[in-house]
Design a binder for this molecule. Structure first.
Ligand code: HEM
Length: 151
């Protein structure tokens, strides 16, 4: 009883204090929200299929030649691992840096836009929610300066 009386003011103060804000790192990572590597690999599969069969992109001879040096299954593996890591997943990308793998492709701003449109189609078709789409577009956008070489 004596102890209860002594600690009563402390208990009252604790009850009056605002609840601590949920720490930012308690929010599930983008990787988790997307559904992990299986879901990411499905999205990448659809996206790379659209990219590699797109007539506007393949009209660029350097891009078309790149399809032979880096076949679609290889690109799908590398891109899945890259997105997995960038989204906070347990993967480690060991492929080439973006400048190294794209500089020789002479990618233009209009080809970049074509790629963004195809990515949007894939994400909508895969029912990726708007908030997660935004985060994925930010990851893609962060590579633009290393990939787009021409206006
Ligand atoms: C218009 C946009 C893009 C086009 C046309 C394109 C096309 C290509 C092509 C043809 C290759 C193979 C190059 C070669 O072997 O000579 C390649 C490699 C690759 N691309 Fe892209 N790409 C684009 C944007 C992106 C973006 C936005 C990402 C990532 C966010 C990305 C990730 C990769 C990766 C991981 C590789 C493999 C690198 C390696 O070989 O280790 N690409 N891309």
């Amino acid at each position: 009883m004596k102890y209860l009386r002594a600690s009563l003011p402390i208990i009252i103060v604790m009850l009056l204090l605002p609840a601590p804000a949920v720490a930012e790192d308690e929010k599930p990572s983008l990787y988790e929200r997307l559904g992990g590597l299986k879901a990411i690999s499905m999205v990448v599969d659809d996206f790379v299929d659209r990219l590699s069969t797109n007539d506007a992109l393949n009209a660029n001879p350097a891009i078309a030649a790149g399809r032979d040096t880096s076949p679609a299954p290889y690109l799908k593996v590398q891109l899945s691992v890259m997105v997995c890591e960038a989204a906070g997943g347990p993967c480690q990308y060991t492929g080439l840096a973006m400048k190294e793998s794209h500089a020789h492709l002479n990618i233009t701003a209009s080809e970049w836009q074509t790629m963004l449109d195809l990515f949007k189609t894939t994400l909508d078709k895969s029912s990726v929610p708007e908030a997660e789409q935004k985060e994925l577009f930010a990851i893609v956008e962060s590579t633009k300066a290393d990939i787009v070489m021409m206006e």
